[in-house]
Design a protein around this ligand. Structure first.
Ligand code: PLP
Length: 429
């Protein structure tokens, strides 16, 4: 008969296994702080997020405690924080060539995209029920469009060419009398390609269609002016420009009939209710000022490093190819395909050597799906699953790039050597 083990043993085994897992996944039990191995860590994942700049943090800190007033309060506590919010609004507007009154603060890029897309096209009573977007949008815009498609709004997902760029003529062809919105990203988050927004802006204006751009990955990296681009709405996010997470902005050209998504107070000129996240907004404002000051110097330095990085890797890894290399790109992004390698294995191997980068694949129900961006530019699923994104930033040094150029070929060679596909068949004697 089955003899149940004493409960103490079960408890001991459970604790032992939990502690082992915690130890090997790098977390201490007490502080839950990462126990980083003693290696030099290099961060090539700035498109995922950036560290908060020390000056940004210093600007934010007073607004957590000493300057705590509600920016809607009439008394002096409220006046102080209102002033800080409005100064941040001016700084964000200056970064993109807008008027301060056209900036609405949000909780980040995802909310800005949702607000723009649903706020223009989501109205139940709208008679214009068609929107145009591309196949390579970030999920914040893509899934918003897909949600609208379930509400009987037609969506055209315009394809991109092999370089990762949408053809404005295709956008023009997709127009219909009932088109209400064109929503197209400025820089792609995975491959960095820049879309021809100026031309699309002219097409939208001629057709009298509202035009939204997701500029989360281009703001602060390339010069950007909402009037030159001809956009009516534009999304940006603080944590991609050395500001805090959970705060962003939506530019809404004056006169654009955007409905709010939430209801409450009349904050942000009735565009986005809710007590303002003052420290976050102040952080975004300071990050915008710094981005404006440093943009040309950062762009020149980072694109030079990115080019050195790509040349070094391509020269040392047979068959490696840069995805989106034939298009204009933001200066910091490099997406490289390494034939015969699983991107997940390489990502983990590089992380163990101290390099943080990213794969664009999404994991759903246990299966790793190839990136929709890479398949849209014509990569086979296996090629997409062999690609990694490296995104450099303001603090990346040439010494880091040299280390990475040496590290990647070694890890690729090691993984290729142990890949089952590369094992020679054992011949029967
Ligand atoms: N749009 C793009 C192009 C992005 O890259 C991201 C974030 O990676 C977002 C939107 C979402 O921004 P947030 O993380 O601020 O919600």
């Amino acid at each position: 008969m089955y003899q149940s083990k004493p409960p103490q043993l079960a408890v001991f085994l459970f604790l032992y296994l939990s502690l082992t897992v915690l130890f090997f996944t790098g977390y201490s039990v007490r502080g839950r702080e990462p126990r980083l191995p003693n290696i030099h860590r290099i961060y090539f994942d700035h498109n995922a997020t950036t560290p908060v700049d020390a000056e940004v943090l210093a600007a934010m800190l007073p607004y957590f405690s000493a300057e705590f007033g509600n920016a809607s309060s009439i008394h002096s506590f409220g006046q102080g924080t209102r002033g800080a919010v409005e100064r941040a609004r001016i700084a964000v507007a200056a970064l993109i060539g807008a008027q301060a009154s056209e900036i609405a603060f949000t909780s980040g890029g995802t909310e800005s995209d949702n607000l723009a897309i649903f706020g223009i096209a989501g109205g139940e009573s709208s008679s214009r029920r068609h929107i145009i977007t591309t196949q390579i949008e970030h999920s914040a815009a893509l899934h918003s469009c897909e949600a609208l498609a379930k509400r009987d709004i037609d969506v055209t997902f315009v394809p991109v060419n092999r370089a990762g760029v949408v053809d404005p003529a295709e956008v023009r062809r997709a127009l219909r009398p009932e088109t209400v919105l064109i929503t197209i990203m400025h820089a792609n988050n995975e491959i960095g390609t820049l879309q021809p927004l100026e031309e699309i802006g002219r097409i939208a204006k001629e057709a009298d269609v509202w035009f939204h751009a997701d500029a989360v990955q281009s703001v602060g990296k390339v010069p950007l002016d909402v009037n030159a681009l001809g956009v009516d709405l534009l999304s940006l996010s603080a944590h991609k420009i050395y500001g805090p997470k959970g705060v962003g902005a939506l530019y809404v050209r004056s006169g654009t009939p955007m409905e709010p998504l939430m209801f409450g107070g009349s904050h942000e000129r009735d565009r986005r209710p809710g007590t303002e996240n003052v420290p976050g907004i102040v952080g975004l404002g300071r990050a915008a000022e710094l981005a404006r000051e440093k943009l040309s110097e950062d762009a020149a330095r980072i694109s030079r490093l990115r080019d050195i990085f790509e040349r070094g890797v391509l020269a040392a890894v047979s068959g490696a190819r840069v995805n989106g290399a034939d298009a204009a790109r933001v200066p910091n992004t490099s997406n490289i395909m390494f034939p015969e390698i699983s991107s997940e294995s390489l990502l983990i191997a590089l992380d163990m050597k101290g390099l943080a980068c990213s794969s664009g694949s999404a994991c759903s129900s246990g299966a790793v799906n190839p990136s929709h961006v890479l398949t849209a530019i014509g990569l086979a699923a296996a090629e997409a699953r062999s690609s990694l994104r490296f995104s450099l930033g303001r603090h990346t040094t040439e010494a880091d790039v040299d280390l990475v150029i040496a590290m990647i070929p070694q890890e690729v060679a090691r993984l290729r050597a142990i890949s089952p596909e590369n094992k020679k068949p054992v011949l029967a004697k």
